[in-house]
Ligand binder design. Structure first.
Ligand SMILES: Cc1cc2nc3c(=O)[nH]c(=O)nc-3n(C[C@H](O)[C@H](O)[C@H](O)COP(=O)(O)OP(=O)(O)OC[C@H]3O[C@@H](n4cnc5c(N)ncnc54)[C@H](O)[C@@H]3O)c2cc1C
Length: 470
């Protein structure tokens, strides 16, 4: 048999069900990755993330070579042309089957349905697998038979339905029969120079990353629950870019947690158990995007919030995007993302709530801006996080519970270390003023663009009036 493995967000050889199945019986196998610039644009994928993907892909190519599997990079300018592109490639080289791991956002599902159709029409085999989640979306149901829309009951059901055999990892396949094959790459992944961040901040290589995450769990896992909210502490795994490109699987992460916690995922070491629950948030948002496709289409999860009268003040939007709102913790968060491609979770919540509540700017503008910068930009988690912050999503923070950035700053960055790192103007600002300087101009910093108290009340009034109307 001659098989194609189509790599997407699963850039690894260990615990990769599509790769493993394609390699069974020592078939002849070629790997394909498709570059589609229109898809990048549609999804606002950041150049930081694209450069990072390519670096991961170069590492994957080396691993695949050891298995006698060549990697071919194809290019399809239009997303809609991908099915035809793949079919032409398969026909040109007499491939009989295609294997891939499933993606859950709406456009990706439509694309994969079309690939299935065109391949099956020509009597070619299509084999798809779930590698991003433990429970397949659609299989966990509420007592009433519906889909979950709240995290805690989802998590309870996730554990109730868990059989440890579901956590069995798939080994790296044995080398396959060498394929007599040549096809020129259509895109140069080796010299992509567009990144705006220093890519050295993000090492690559499957084994390196496994070591990095295992070290985190071993050395910092137990402290995760207490330290995870303090952005200057480096107390989280920084694993999101690797989970989202699929350099490691979430199953592997769960097994590492078991390994460091006497084989348990839900009791024992409080830090590790909490880390597991974050991995399950990721899975939850994948179920949400699958079960409620409207969230992939710019709609709020809670439809009653479809017509919030956002003000979308252009000068507020640019001040927020440039990290010069005059609220130090907010500006530090945005500047961290612009500088490194990543932002601490506590900060993501603070800046998102500030934008959607205090500034009354549509959360979709923030969602897009995050995708344009994040190295870990992920449709499901980003949408989930933004809708949570804007109170329009699942489990959403109630609209009247608005984080006060100054209080958050005092609580989670008491000494101002994080602020000083990213808001250079405030490097010399005394600690008792750093959270909201009295005379910001003295430091070359800017005045706050809004008053926190009045803007908070305004947001409560706007959101409250909508609730009453519906
Ligand atoms: C407004 C907003 C936007 C976000 N956008 C993204 C995004 O584009 N991509 C992304 O991967 N995460 C996103 N998150 C979730 C979270 O902020 C990041 O996953 C986390 O900061 C990654 O850091 P870490 O790997 O050190 O996490 P850790 O704290 O070490 O957690 C381990 C893993 O669990 C998962 N995880 C942790 N917290 C969450 C969460 N709240 N929701 C979903 N999964 C979680 C991540 O995969 C993470 O790598 C967003 C959150 C908010 C509030």
């Amino acid at each position: 048999m001659k098989n194609i493995v189509w790599f997407r967000n699963d850039l690894r050889v260990f615990d990769n069900p599509a790769l493993s199945a394609a390699c069974e019986s020592r078939n002849e196998v070629a790997a394909v990755f498709i570059v589609s610039e229109s898809q990048w644009k549609d999804h606002c994928d950041s150049v930081n993330k694209i450069a990072f993907w390519f670096r991961c892909l170069v590492e994957l190519e080396k691993e695949l070579k050891k298995l006698n599997i060549p990697l071919v990079v194809l290019k399809s300018d239009l997303y809609e042309d991908i099915p035809q592109k793949l079919l032409e490639f398969a026909n040109m080289h007499c491939f009989e089957n295609i294997f891939f791991n499933i993606e859950y956002p709406f456009n990706e599902r439509m694309r994969d349905d079309e690939v299935t159709k065109v391949f099956e029409n020509q009597n070619k085999g299509v084999f798809s697998f779930h590698d991003q989640v433990i429970h397949k979306p659609g299989t966990l149901k509420t007592k009433a038979g519906g889909d979950f829309s709240v995290y805690s009951p989802f998590k309870r059901c996730w554990f109730a339905e868990l059989d440890y055999s579901m956590l069995e990892e798939i080994p790296v396949p044995s080398p396959v029969r060498k394929i007599d094959f040549s096809h020129a790459n259509e895109f140069d992944i080796y010299n992509y120079q567009e990144s705006r961040i220093n890519q050295d901040l993000w090492p690559v290589g499957e084994e390196n990353i496994q070591t990095m995450i295992s070290n985190f769990l071993e050395k910092k896992g137990s402290l995760y629950k207490t330290d995870r909210n303090f952005p200057s502490m480096k107390a989280t795994a920084m694993s999101s870019p690797y989970l989202n490109t699929g350099v490691v699987s979430s199953k592997w992460c769960l097994n590492q947690s078991r390994y460091n916690n006497y084989d348990s995922l839900d009791e024992g070491d409080k830090g590790i158990v909490h880390w597991v629950s974050e991995i399950l948030w990721r899975e939850f948002y994948r179920h949400i995007i699958f079960n409620y496709p409207r969230v992939s289409k710019g709609k709020p999860f809670q439809m009653r919030y479809e017509n919030i009268p956002w003000e979308n003040n252009p000068s507020f939007i640019s001040a927020w995007k440039e990290g010069r709102t005059g609220i130090p913790i907010v500006d530090a968060g945005i500047r961290q993302m612009i500088e490194t491609g990543w932002m601490h979770n506590r900060l993501r919540m603070i800046v998102a709530m500030f934008l959607s509540k205090n500034l009354l700017v549509d959360w979709k503008i923030g969602e897009e801006f995050f995708m344009e910068h994040l190295i870990d930009g992920d449709i499901a988690s980003n949408n989930g996080g933004w809708q949570w912050s804007a109170s329009t999503g699942t489990d959403a923070a109630p609209y009247f519970r608005i984080m006060n950035p100054e209080t958050q700053s005092l609580r989670f960055d008491e000494q101002g270390e994080y602020i000083r790192k990213y808001v250079k103007e405030l490097e010399q600002c005394p600690t008792n003023e750093i959270h909201m300087p009295k005379n910001p101009q003295d430091f070359g910093y800017v005045d706050p663009i809004v008053d926190l108290k009045t803007s908070r009340q305004k947001a409560i009034d706007v959101f409250g009036s909508i609730k009453k109307e519906t």
